[in-house]
Design a protein around this ligand. Sequence first.
Ligand SMILES: [Zn+2]
Length: 331
Amino acid sequence: MKASLFLRDIRGQERALALLAKNAASGRLPHAFLFRGPRGVGKRSTAMAFARFLLCREPADNDACGRCPACHRFAAATHPDIQTVAPRTAAIKIEQIREMQRSLAFPPLEGSLRVTVIIRAQTMAAPAANALLKTLEEPPEGNLLILTAEENEPILPTIVSRCQVVPFASLDDRAVREIIQAGAEEEEPGSASLARLAAGSPGLAAKLGNSRMTGLLEEVTGAIARQEGTGRMIALAGECAKLKDDLPLFLQGLYAWAADLAWHACGLGERAALLSEAEQALAARLGAKGAADALAGIGRARSLLARNCNRQAVCELLFLRLAAGGRAQGC
Ligand SMILES: [Zn+2]
């Protein structure tokens, strides 16, 4: 998916955009924003589009003009007053923060503002986060920092308290479909189910659309719904373990599926049309409590993976438990 470079292209984040527009119109921007929300809902795209708007020479209607020299340089990635800091491997390192701080000491080159976007700020370990604190509190004049962070991962409270927090929401299915279809030449027949599996996250939907994850997700959910045997679940766990770094995304999709079961089990049937007969039967067997247990089990599997537990073992335990209909314990 192409990163949006205009605020008007951002879908489903009306509240966040309204908050940013209000800040910009007031003429008194904070030192730093923290864009917080689920993975893949447009935090980074919004940060870049907002930066372009702030750097634009002739902004109109709360957006960049797209025609001025600043906008052209921004689009060509040659504007000197926008920089991004992102994890090079798993985490943003203290050296990257120091390097960024050195660059902030010089005044902006083109106008009166430089924007620094720190992507996935939650990956900073304590030394890097502590090094950043002073800059957040009092950045050199003419600098704005925008941090993006996922809501389900911890971030130092001292970082949060120094930023204006802009909450980003999960997107509804319609917004996700619009985003996926905007990126496709013609309507993709599978986009409705992709949207559902991606649970309000177009970044994930794009990834699912491009990989064998979707097929695997359908095999795993089908096998769970049919309560297939131990051998089959272990084989599927092996296939899922091969997803490696994409496994957390896979589990996010599985979580979305289990959430649909939970809605159905709670008698909120509006999403029942999305479920197969076997899935509806599974939801009935689980009941609200069992569906909640399934969701909790998937959540636990995700945190075990985050702590580097063996992928195959985590998947085996989870799938066996889910296939047992939530009756087995100890995942
Ligand atoms: Zn412009």
